[in-house]
Design a protein around this ligand. Sequence first.
Ligand code: COI
Length: 355
Amino acid sequence: MSTTHTNKIDIIKAPTSKINEVDFENLSFGSVFTDHLMECDYTNGEWQKPVIKPYAPFLLDPSARVFHYGQAIFEGMKAYKDDEDAVWLFRPDENYRRFNNSAVRMAMPEVPEAVFMDGLNQLLQLDEAWIKKGKGNTLYIRPFMIATGRGVIANPSDDYKFMIILSPAKSYYSGEVKVLIAEHFSRAANGGIGAAKAAGNYAAQFYPTSLANKEGFQQVIWTDDATHTKLEEAGTMNVFFRINDTLYTAPTSERILDGITRKSLIEMAKKDGIAVEVRPVLVSELVEASKNGTLKEIFGAGTAAVVNPIIGFSYQDVYYELPKIENSYASQLKEELTNMQHKLAEDTFGWTVKV
Ligand code: COI
């Protein structure tokens, strides 16, 4: 292994690369990781020097707070390679901002911009061979922070580990997506941590989602915890509904994640002249629109899922199939978004950032 000392980050290079063992055409989402990771520890009340080093397991004390109280947050981002081999990020400042908002909510220290951004940029430069050209090819970026402090006292940890790992990725969903609308379970409640990208928000969805999976649904659309009448978000993505030619999506709240793809699509759709209404959408409206034929599309939006059409939904044991549609907003917005991200179309919003 060779070690490079830059002024800010130590880089310890892996002696060999695993890249030739990877079948880039058949990637299962989030299962293959690049040669290196970035790590920075928080101890004695301050962030220590970050290091980029070979991807490998690491040791933690069994009493580390993350295991007992779930003090853990993460982000999801992607890097793209253009036809000239330049590497691009999409709105990374938004991920950085949201990460630190999540940290504050989970009583964790905020990560300095230099650690997050410089660490990410240098890691991407080192593992750039893992970013393949061509639409559909991306490198999924997973920054995360865990509480590493010892002791099972139910207090915030004194020590933390911030890491970034990278995973080459194609689409999150490989087939058609049908969803179950939640009648009983909730994703989040007012005053809780729904707006934070906290690991526990996702763990809490696994059981109800597994019940939905058994019935043939890939995802659950969560409804508000108080009345179960308002449509909120799906497990891995925010959701949009097209009724007639208007696009509806729920407003962000203490219960709903402020999705970066979500907010980008809202701006893009408006620029395209599509009517967009950000307001609570009722389950009863959706059922009614499906019955009277005005419900044209439902789609999810997220970094991993990109823009994913939903072909039908079930509510109170009735399955509602969506019509096949030409000129779908989902296809139009996905095309525009991925063209922008891969630098195949002009980025008129200034959202793409070169690494
Ligand atoms: C993402 O879209 O990046 C997410 O964080 C969702 C995750 C469950 C894959």
